[in-house]
Write a protein that binds this ligand. Structure first.
Ligand SMILES: Cc1cc2nc3c(=O)[nH]c(=O)nc-3n(C[C@H](O)[C@H](O)[C@H](O)COP(=O)(O)O)c2cc1C
Length: 363
């Protein structure tokens, strides 16, 4: 190439499918399981934006084995939703194995074990990230669930460590491979960090180096650039996105396009945002009854976050409990546009996305 030759355009980034035990998922982007968020409506929107597989929130194996209806309500799962990952937490090997089978029988394509939740009430019962400090127990859990799920993919999601970074995660990854699990997902924060600070992706590269199981990376993927960078820097086989998709399911579309080597879709116009708000709220009410609109509030504040001009609209909608009225206000906002012309101060989400609502004990 001479000084006069223009640089060739970079080749579009394109990655192979995420392969988990004979199943292929492409493009390899998936929504993170999130308590109070990952219900039917959320999963539908994620799928429409290009996620080839979706995930339920975690549910308690202790509650499920006692037949708590609440578990099934939280999962909000339909058989027709496949492929879908259903996630369990708990600490008793046989209970987890039994519940894993129940989930598979109910239509879960993959059953995932949560070893990452940092919430005190979960950790106190030895579940979630507390398991990262219990290697003997984890081995027994892996073996029991694997025995029960001999015909269904079984995966695990954990963190970069408990307090210190790295060693526990590497040990868990090796053990997952030894015990024949089908994939692992790692969130690059320690339990001590909870959801604060930055995710450190170097643990992903370290695990990739040592373990050949399919590896999904998670933590601070907020854009298509982040997703591409995580794959390039760490060698993960798939990326999982959590908080950045709240109120912004379009991030999945942007990442899916990038990972498929396609041009970025245009950002959603205000009309599309409002249509999605309306649809998301309507599906939640359809599935959960009138309470769906109250549950939707946490999504609403996220959808309208960063749009100071929508403060008036948000204020009105947060007071409404009737879905028809809700949809009427949204239609009016779309047609008249007045709410968006209203200038205001920067608007912060007033409902925090703090995990975790999961029940430990059965209701
Ligand atoms: C509101 C909320 C609920 C969560 N619930 C779960 C859960 O049920 N199971 C799980 O494995 N992780 C759960 N997480 C963690 C996410 O799956 C993800 O690991 C974490 O948010 C880091 O990814 P991010 O930086 O893309 O948000 C939750 C996170 C949030 C914010």
């Amino acid at each position: 190439m001479t000084a006069d030759t223009p640089n060739p355009a970079p080749a579009p980034f394109s990655v192979p499918p995420l392969r988990i035990r004979g199943l292929e998922f492409w493009p390899p982007v998936l929504p993170a399981p999130m308590c109070g968020i990952s219900d039917y409506a959320w999963r539908l929107l994620s799928r429409e934006q290009g996620c080839p597989i979706v995930a339920t929130q975690m549910v308690s194996s202790e509650a499920m084995i006692r037949g708590a209806d609440k578990c099934w309500r939280l999962l909000d799962m339909e058989r027709a939703e496949q492929p879908i990952i259903a996630q369990l937490f708990g600490a008793d090997p046989e209970t987890l194995a039994h519940c894993a089978r129940q989930l598979a029988d109910a239509g879960a394509t993959i059953v995932d074990l949560n070893m990452g939740c940092p919430a005190n009430k979960i950790v106190r019962s030895k579940g979630g990230s507390a398991l990262m400090r219990e290697p003997d127990l984890v081995r027994r859990i892996f073996q029991a669930v694997r025995r029960e799920l001999h015909d269904v993919p079984f995966t695990v999601k954990f963190r970069a460590g408990w307090e210190k970074y790295g060693e526990e995660a590497l040990a868990m990854a090796r053990m997952a491979e030894e015990e024949g699990l089908d994939a692992i997902c790692i969130h690059g924060r320690t339990r001590e960090q909870k959801f604060k600070g930055e995710a450190d992706w170097s643990i992903l590269a370290a695990v990739r180096h040592e373990v050949s199981l399919p590896l999904i990376g998670n933590g601070d993927v907020k854009t298509a650039d982040d997703a591409e960078r995580m794959i390039r820097e760490t060698g993960v086989n798939g990326v999982m996105i959590g908080r950045a998709a709240m109120g912004n399911p379009w991030v999945f579309g942007a990442v899916a396009a990038r990972l498929s080597g396609k041009p970025a879709p245009p950002p959603p116009r205000i009309e599309e945002r409002l249509d999605t708000v309306a649809r998301h709220a309507a599906i939640m009410v359809e599935r959960k009854g009138p309470h769906g609109i109250v549950e939707f509030r946490k999504h609403l504040v996220q959808y309208l976050r960063g749009f100071p001009s929508a403060r008036k609209l948000k204020k009105r909608l947060l007071d409404v409990t009737d879905i028809d009225e809700y949809l009427r206000i949204l239609r009016e906002a779309k047609d008249v546009g007045g709410y968006w012309e209203q200038e205001g101060e920067a608007d912060e989400a007033s409902v925090s996305a703090e995990p975790c609502d999961a029940e430990v004990s059965p209701r």
